[in-house]
Design a binder for this molecule. Structure first.
Ligand code: ADP
Ligand code: ZN
Length: 742
């Protein structure tokens, strides 16, 4: 034994041991290798995280098995995981779990093997005739295979010739056929065909932007790494075309590309666009998202790892895709909150994309119509290169946005569909154009209130009120999923006068149907779109004009292109505006701009009607004038004054417990320890009950920390937590660069 491997064991709470590397395996064991090692009487799986010439451990044992000849994870991805662990204050094991999906870790899930039959030797006509006399089925199989001219799946032959597998086995025994298991990739899009499409001629603005992107790609691998680029392009300005051509360039250089998109916009439409483009050049595209089966995920991962697929499209975790020779990482809709993982490790996909690009010295391109304040701030400060697309392709005008003051209108007309909105819908329907109505809340009524005793029907596990879903006749908690039959009288005082108030998409659909009885109305939200095909079906029906009005949640807000949609109505623009969250304005501005971007993508100018009770709020007014810079300047000034991100890192510690007093007490202790440990330049807020005080039966408390440099602070927090023993039913969660503040 001349070398030693440091092995992090799977599912062991982060235990690390040194093992000897057997001479025979010396050449194959490297950082990232998956190995089986002896631990007491058992053999466990683990990952090699370091290799060295010496060890201080005693009683060294040897690695008993190396799971594959090549390291399963590249050394670079291990470094990325280490960075994640240090920055986001979590165990390395948790970070590695993101890098290596569960199905790849589990040694037992292999490639899918299926039996394939082929003709083993020449067969003459006479011979076939002889066989036909005694066994017509066998002859049929031979004839079919000869006609096919290629090997066929045994299952396929069996079906085509209506024979039992034994018939094929019998031919194998005779030496006429050979039957062998072969790896068949499970391609989630295998049954679809993609019409190749070729690149478009770029317009003037696109050409300027693309030249910068090409320059960055040309600098791949050089020192210093190219600056990340932020592409601020209005909706419909042709950002995606830039992504497509940038990826083509990277492929031509023999490199690979990763494109991150928000899970929600990983629609068939998006995937199709990319598959089709690269179908023309015979390049394979791998798709990673949360709806893949284990087998599909396994196969996509190996297609990427082996270099068969050099374009990866996926949700946030695709930032860990095991590509070699990374040429570009693109993050579409970089401002999207779904890039932040809300469970351990709580990383931000966009920030990791920037980091990975830096580590691998390759181009990074972030794109958005409404960049996050963080990214735009970096661009203004010169850390990122700012690229702009200011006009829509073909010079289409930005939609006209009208604000309806609901303080006046709701009294005169309907609080759901005001007169101006109703008139606009009527006008569009008459012209056979299509309408989208947006409300970011599911269900029928959002609150059940007793008019007599004031009782509000809350979830027993969470401090939010239950939402009434009329179609199911249930009240549902949107936090924990608690479900109950809708009450007909007040659960408190038993008065039958219980009122259902507040509006969800179900009620909007209902109202629209009453207002426009002749129109075809469809709703699209998580309640009606539980089947994956339902989503596709509804979108197709909408695209082909079979639906007049589409009512939906944020599911319809992003990334969809429907040229015949000329009117978008935003039912309640104020919904997210008054939450106790320093990003509330930013989110409202982004959402309004994105939703408005769905209007008028064809030849007809689009129109947006925004209903609001606070029509003069800056987020609404800047969105109305399509003025991102104006919004940015006002908002960034406020953030600076308040010491909020991007001027600080915001760390949120949530302590939760089913037992209120124990939770409170532990929070207090933790707060005291942090006060002692953290340096003066770190701002430690007072501890307090979380805005969402109770969730899933747990009481929740918050401690907020603001710091300029985070990695050191992360380690200090970790140390404090490690030394603190908490009661068994109290848990603390550290969220670095937190997005979810409730
Ligand atoms: P974005 O990603 O900024 O929303 P897209 O790339 O989706 O914009 O472009 C919007 C539409 O314009 C798409 O239908 C796209 O095919 C088309 N398009 C983009 N660039 C060009 C171009 N240079 N010439 C013609 N059509 C284009
Ligand atoms: Zn609940």
């Amino acid at each position: 034994m001349s070398k030693f491997a440091r092995v992090l064991l799977d599912d062991s709470g982060g235990r690390v041991f040194d093992y000897g590397i057997p001479e025979a395996a010396a050449a194959v064991v490297a950082v990232g290798s998956r190995v089986r090692v002896p631990v007491r009487m058992r053999a466990l799986l683990g990952t090699v995280i370091a290799v060295s010439e010496t060890t201080e451990a005693e009683g060294i044992r040897e690695i008993s098995e190396v799971m594959s000849a090549e390291p399963t994870m590249s050394a670079q991805l291990i470094r990325l995981a280490e960075w994640v662990a240090n920055y986001y204050c979590c165990p390395l094991e948790a970070a590695l779990r993101s890098v290596l999906p569960g199905v790849i870790r589990k040694a037992e899930v292999g490639h899918k093997k299926r039996l394939v039959a082929r003709i083993a030797r020449e067969v003459s006509e006479e011979e076939i005739a002889t066989i036909r006399k005694r066994a017509p089925n066998q002859a049929e199989v031979i004839v079919t295979l000869l006609a096919a001219k290629t090997p066929m799946l045994v299952s396929e032959i069996a079906e085509k010739c209506s024979v039992a597998p034994q018939t094929i086995r019998a031919l194998e025994k005779k030496g006429l056929l050979s039957v062998e298991p072969e790896t068949v990739a499970r391609d989630p899009h295998g049954s679809e065909t993609f019409v190749p499409n070729s690149k478009l001629e770029l317009n003037v603005e696109q050409t300027v932007v693309f030249a910068r992107v090409l320059a960055a790609i040309a600098a791949n691998g050089l020192e210093p790494a190219p600056k990340p680029m932020l592409l601020h392009g209005v909706t419909g300005s042709g950002k995606t075309e830039i992504y497509l051509q940038a990826i083509q360039q990277v492929l031509d250089r023999g490199e690979s590309a990763i494109l991150l998109v928000p899970e929600i916009s990983l629609t068939p439409q998006t995937v199709e666009r990319f598959k089709s483009r690269f179908a023309a050049t015979q390049h394979e595209v791998a798709v990673l998202h949360s709806h893949l089966s284990e087998g599909e995920r396994h196969d996509e991962w190996h297609r990427i790892r082996s270099g068969a697929a050099r374009v990866v499209i996926g949700a946030r975790s695709a930032v860990f895709a095991p590509v070699e020779k990374l040429g570009i990482v693109i993050v579409d809709e970089e401002h999207e909150n779904t890039y932040k993982q809300e469970e351990m490790p709580r990383y931000h996909g966009r920030d990791l994309a920037v980091l990975r690009g830096h580590m691998e010295k390759c181009a990074v391109l972030l794109g958005s119509a409404t960049p996050s304040l963080e990214s735009y701030h970096h661009a203004v400060a010169g850390k990122y290169e700012l690229l702009r697309l200011t006009v829509r392709v073909d010079d289409q005008k930005m939609p006209f946005i009208r604000i309806v003051d609901m303080r006046m209108e709701a009294k005169k007309s309907s609080p759901i569909i005001s007169d101006p909105l109703a008139k606009a819908i009527t006008a569009r329907l008459e012209k056979k154009e299509q309408v989208i109505l947006f409300l970011n809340r599911r269900g029928f009524s959002t609150t059940l209130l007793c008019g007599k005793c004031g009782y509000v029907h809350e979830c027993p596990n969470c401090s939010i009120s239950l939402t009434f879903h009329r179609a199911a006749n249930r009240v549902v908690c949107h936090m924990c999923g608690h479900l109950a039959v809708a009450p007909t009288k007040c659960p408190g005082c038993k008065d039958p006068g219980i009122k259902y108030t507040g509006t969800g998409t179900e009620k909007v659909e209902d109202t629209v149907c009453k207002f426009f009885p002749k129109a075809v109305v469809k709703r699209m939200d998580a309640d009606v779109m539980q089947r994956r095909e339902a989503y596709r079906e509804t979108l197709n029906a909408f695209r082909t004009g079979k639906i007049d009005i589409l009512v939906g949640t944020q599911m319809i807000a992003k990334g969809l292109h429907f040229p015949n949609v000329t009117l978008v109505g935003i039912v309640n623009a104020d919904m997210g505006l008054h939450l106790p969250d320093f990003r509330a304005s930013e989110r409202t501005f982004q959402l309004l701009t994105q939703v408005a971007g769905r209007a008028g993508r064809g030849d007809v100018e689009g129109e947006v009607v925004v209903q609001s009770y606070t029509p003069f709020h800056p987020a609404i007014q800047f969105a109305r004038h399509h003025d991102f810079e104006g919004f940015y300047e006002q908002e960034i000034e406020w953030r600076q004054k308040m010491g909020q991100p991007p001027f600080t890192h915001f760390v949120l510690i949530t302590v939760r417990s089913p037992h209120q007093e124990r939770g409170r007490f532990s929070t207090e202790t933790l707060h005291r320890r942090l006060k002692e440990a953290l340096p003066k330049n770190v701002t430690l807020g007072e501890f307090a009950p979380a805005p969402l005080e109770k969730s899933h039966g747990n009481f929740r408390f918050h401690i907020a920390i603001r710091a300029h440099a985070i990695t050191k602070v992360s380690r200090m927090i970790r140390d404090v937590l490690d030394k603190l023993t908490m009661p068994e039913d109290v848990f603390a969660v550290v969220d670095v660069d937190a997005i979810q503040l409730l």
